[in-house]
Write a protein of this length. Structure first.
Length: 204
């Protein structure tokens, strides 16, 4: 099958390096694919689709014009805004992320709701990879997850083959499980759990 690429870029407040890294990545990826087979979004707490009108470096720079790092992180929003681009029956979908995995929860439900059914996740990890959001989500979906950097695509004509090899070499880590979210305590329960004030000694 052919490949359809979905590149999602974290532009939350701590991700000032993500946009320049994503631009370099795209400049190397695009010569290997028709422009209509590559879909790009940026996300913080909301997602925005990026329209690529040219595969040149100038076209990539223009597409990201005015995008700055700000706000929180929601990987699911990056997926949601690209959900209208479904792969054809002769295509495999590959999700590539540029970010730091700092989000507290997985975004499995968003991937399933998109109806895209990716064959694998790829991650260009920034900031020393402090979290595991992308890996946990891949494990819940039962698909491979691999890490990469821009140098993997130095040969533009070999990009599709390189991506296939990365997917084939990546394990499906079903043993990974996301940490359970701490149960929310309502204000009423918090008040009921609080010890009542005792009388001071002088009042006894």
């Amino acid at each position: 099958k052919g490949l359809r690429i979905y590149l999602m870029v974290d532009i939350s407040g701590s991700m000032k390096a993500s946009i320049p890294r994503a631009k370099v990545c795209l400049e190397k990826l695009l010569p290997g694919f028709p422009l209509d087979k590559v879909h790009v979004s940026v996300f913080n707490t909301i997602g925005t689709e990026i329209t690529l009108k040219s595969s040149s470096a100038a076209g990539v720079a223009q597409a990201f014009l005015g995008k700055n790092a700000d706000g929180g992180t929601s990987y699911g929003e990056g997926v949601r805004v690209l959900s209208r681009h479904k792969p054809g029956p002769d295509e495999d979908a590959l999700f590539l992320f540029v970010g730091d995995q700092g989000q507290a929860s997985t975004f499995t439900a968003h991937v399933r709701a998109s109806g895209i059914n990716p064959v694998a996740f790829g991650l260009l990890a920034l900031k020393g990879d402090p979290g595991h959001t992308v890996e946990y989500t891949a494990a819940e979906l039962g698909i491979p997850c691999f890490q990469f950097d821009e140098r993997a695509f130095d040969d533009p004509y070999a990009v599709p083959r390189t991506l296939r090899n990365l997917v084939a070499a990546a394990p499906v880590n079903r043993a990974l499980t996301a940490p359970a979210a701490a149960p929310r305590v309502t204000l009423v329960h918090q008040i009921l759990r609080t010890d009542l004030l005792q009388k001071p000694v002088w009042a006894v």
